[in-house]
Ligand binder design. Structure first.
Ligand SMILES: [Zn+2]
Length: 844
């Protein structure tokens, strides 16, 4: 099939994608000075932008934006999305000049967003925020809008007296003048335009403890009434700064660090230099805090202050140096705060999410410059695979060399633009290790190994034979993956795992490092006695899908006693597939003895997938587990069993669990049981008001699973403007699911989804695109094509184009089937002719 490789992986590049390179620079932008006056009532911005530039080595006319130079109007003209300014006489090599552009914007299409109360959401506070990444600063100030141009900045924001304004850098002045308050910020460490920001509105300021070697002041800002939620979300920030400085070695570079939580933000967070913008959806109440944390978001954006802000990707193709690092540092913070098991499970989650995208969506190298919009590559290859590669790099180098290399990379490249080669060189200079092959394999090429590992014991010779098979396609173009991996053997199986033990050997472990370079490797290791515990890759350094073929006894020993949580997860998966008495006993015991919730979450998933009666029994007992994240996973897994007994067990969890997420999972699973009691419970729950509509969203998903036409009306009602954005998104997805299950309702569902493709809420729009893709209904094609061509955001354009492509692929299937049928007919005809010939020849 076109658009796929011969293993069935889809291509990343969409039709019309081009190879992208950063543009040439005619001048070096040295300083940008902004004076901004937002009008929060009229949703307009008046601005003056003064840019100081230095010419490179040739005389230039400047292409940026317009118009006043040294008091005189310079010649300028506007064409397409840019302005050309002509200097008379031309700017001499190395000469500097400044020019001042006066401009205004009214409800710009992108880049600057005014939030105001509406008929449907009358309680929204008026405020304004910007979002410049990836190339949208140009919507709110005239700029050379590419990541490889960094300059210092000064931003003055004039707001109504009493309001607050935030921008990049140090606050150098805050004064009242007439009915206005004027804020001036100065940023002395150069930054690219995509990291420039301003936010204005009635924010409440909270100064946190100073942090870091230089005692940097730390602040957060929330809209009135959210102060306690702000503390819950941002309270750990000063500790994070200390932790990151310790491992990175370069102090936090800016005069202060602020986080400001805004409404209807179109990302989770944006790492604007020294002044991160965060979605206010991360602010949460005490009940949510039980099993939800803002720390992943907060640590991600904070890590960007080094990786992205201080060291900026040279162009978007290198953006994993921003996002892969920020994602990895979420894990690093988790390790510092909660311990090794949480760290490793976080990395494992990255690998799992990457594997999903690689399997279901497309495959691409992490560094890749063939796309239409830069935002297209901000996917799980960039974030999650990038993060997992850094974990693997830590394994390859060892902790000491890894952190020294990272420190050197940051030290040597601070304030500069970076490419992957800069990281490779820093490692080489620090450690002498040449990792070009590593980067070729994992960063510059797509894919990963799919490994099956098994062991056989020869009692006579006292030799263990470990077989490591790479099951992915291997040929000259795609050679087998080359890596070193540790194997461990213990004569005694430990009785229980030690929590947070790290990747080191357990007592009496015989550890060997083996080199793998063929698709089928057999390694023989003489041992004193048959091993009772076998460890493959302790530390889970290797990026790929890894399956244990050890048999139930060894897998049970791993689940019962291996210190490595990922090893226990792999064992649990193997045991759920195995299903023998020994396997069942080990899985059952895990729910009372395993010290780490992550292992039990994955065990619950694996048990649900079996749909076996014995797994149902284990899950029913585990539903009372004290950890809310385990209960959440167990409730979800019970959705695999369609019976009244399961429904009876889920109902109290759905109604009363102290965790929003466990309630939501139980509601969805209850819908899957299709029990007669479910409809009433779900329609009652969908109109509740929990944090971010978490519980109501679970009810919406449950209603869809009922496969009951009565569910369509409450689902449609839940998509209406006025309801919580989180609920609306869930209801959109649920409608698609209901449309899949209820053929007669499909036309109604598709009509509603097509309307929602034009929803004013960006995230609802994305959900609607995904929903139409799931339904594969050609009636959505017209609307999808229109969005693919002219959607306001690159993600909308990308997702719509991809959805339309998938729907068209699905349409082709019937014609492919009929083509194959006619081939079969032709072959039958030929077969008859040949048979006649054979008969004629044999008769002769
Ligand atoms: Zn990021």
């Amino acid at each position: 099939m076109k658009n796929r490789d011969d293993e069935g992986h889809r291509a990343f590049a969409l039709p019309g994608a081009r190879l992208q390179y950063g543009p040439d620079k005619l001048v070096d932008v040295e300083h940008v000075e902004l004076r901004l006056e937002p009008d929060l009532e009229a949703c307009t911005l008046e601005g003056v932008c003064t840019t100081t530039v230095r010419a490179y080595d040739e005389p230039v006319d400047l292409v940026i934006d317009s118009v006043e130079r040294d008091g005189n109007i310079a010649a300028f003209r506007v064409y397409d999305d840019r302005l050309e300014i002509r200097f008379e006489p031309p700017l001499a090599p190395n000469a500097r000049t400044s020019f001042r552009i006066t401009y205004r914007a009214s409800r710009p299409r992108h880049g600057l967003f005014f939030i105001e109360p509406t008929k449907d959401y009358p309680h929204k506070a008026r405020h304004a925020w910007t979002q410049s990444q990836d190339e949208n600063a140009r919507y709110w100030f005239p700029s050379f809008d590419y990541p490889h141009e960094k300059s210092t900045s000064q931003t003055t924001v004039v707001v109504e007296k009493g309001l607050f304004a935030l921008a990049n850098g140090e606050l150098i002045e805050r004064r009242d003048e007439g009915g206005k308050t004027i804020f001036t910020y100065r940023q002395d460490v150069p930054l690219p335009t995509y990291l420039m920001t301003f936010v204005a509105g009635p924010f409440v300021e909270k100064r946190q403890a100073d942090a870091g070697a230089r005692s940097v002041p730390v602040y957060y800002y929330v809209l009135p009434g959210r102060e306690a939620d702000g503390e819950r979300s941002f309270g750990n920030t000063p500790r994070m700064i200390d932790a990151f400085e310790r491992v990175i070695g370069t102090p936090y570079a800016y005069a202060r660090y602020s986080q400001i939580a805004v409404t209807d933000f179109i990302f989770g967070g944006m790492e604007n230099t020294s002044a991160t913008t965060q979605t206010d959806r991360t602010l949460h109440d005490e009940r949510a805090h039980l099993d939800f944390s803002s720390d992943p978001l907060v640590s991600h954006e904070l890590a960007h202050q080094w990786f992205g802000d201080l060291l900026t990707c040279r162009d978007w193709s290198q953006a994993w140096l921003n996002e892969g690092f920020a994602t990895y540092f979420e894990c690093v913070w988790r390790e510092a705060d909660l311990g090794y098991d949480e760290y490793l499970y976080d990395v494992f989650g990255c690998v799992s999410r990457y594997l999903e995208e690689d399997g279901d969506r497309y495959r691409r190298p992490i560094v890749c410059n063939r796309f239409r919009d830069p935002i297209e590559i901000f996917d799980r290859h960039l974030y999650e695979k990038g993060g997992a590669v850094l974990h693997m790099l830590r394994g390859a180098l060892g902790d000491g060399r890894f952190w020294r290399s990272i420190a050197r990379y940051v030290r040597d490249n601070a304030q500069r633009n970076v490419e992957t080669i800069d990281l490779i060189r820093a490692i080489e200079e620090e450690t002498g290790r040449n990792l070009r092959a590593f980067f070729d394999q994992w960063v510059f090429r797509g894919g990963h190994p799919e490994i099956e590992v098994s062991i056989a014991w020869d009692a006579e010779r006292s030799v263990a034979t470990v077989t490591i098979d790479q099951k992915q396609a291997v040929d000259l173009e795609r050679p087998a993956y080359i890596f070193d991996v540790d194997l461990g053997f213990c004569a005694e199986a430990p009785a229980a795992p030690a929590g947070n033990a790290g990747p080191g050997p357990v007592a009496d472990e015989r550890r060997v490092r083996v080199h793998v370079e063929r698709a089928h490797e057999t390694i023989t290791i003489p041992l004193d006695a048959e091993p009772r515990l076998v460890r493959f890759d302790p530390g889970a350094w290797l990026l790929g899908s890894i399956t244990y073929k050890f048999g139930a006894t060894l897998a049970a020993a791993i689940l019962r006693g291996d210190n490595d949580p990922v090893a226990r997860i792999r064992a649990a998966r193997a045991l759920a597939k195995d299903g023998s008495q020994a396997a069942r006993a080990a899985l059952r015991d895990a729910f009372t003895s395993d010290p780490f919730w992550g292992v039990l979450e994955e065990a619950a998933n694996a048990l649900g997938a079996t749909r076996a009666p014995w797994a149902r029994e284990i899950l029913l007992t585990a539903l009372a587990h004290p950890h809310p994240k385990v209960r959440r996973a167990v409730a979800a897994a019970l959705g695999s069993f369609r019976d009244a007994g399961v429904a009876s067990a889920l109902i109290p969890v759905a109604r009363e669990d102290v965790s929003y997420f466990a309630c939501a999972a139980a509601l969805t699973a209850l819908g899957k049981t299709r029990d007669v009691r479910a409809f009433d419970i779900l329609t009652h729950a969908i109109v509740g008001s929990s944090w971010n509509a978490t519980v109501e969203a679970g009810a919406a998903r449950g209603l869809a699973e009922l496969a009951d036409a009565r569910a369509i009306d409450p689902l449609l009602a839940a998509t209406k403007l006025g309801r919580d954005e989180g609920l609306r998104r869930a209801a959109v997805g649920a409608l698609a699911r209901a449309g899949e299950l209820l053929y007669d309702e499909r036309a109604r569902v598709v009509d509603a989804l097509v309307q929602l493709l034009d929803d004013p809420m960006f995230l609802v729009q994305l959900s609607a695109i995904a929903a139409t893709e799931a339904l594969q209904d050609p009636r959505a094609l017209g609307a999808l094509d229109r969005l693919a061509a002219s959607g306001f955001d690159g993600r909308v354009r990308r997702d719509a184009a991809e959805a339309a492509l998938r729907i068209r692929e699905a349409q082709k299937v019937p014609s492919q089937v009929s083509a194959l049928r006619s081939d079969v007919d032709t072959l039958r005809e030929e077969q008859r002719t040949l048979q006649e010939k054979i008969e004629a020849l044999t008769r002769r």
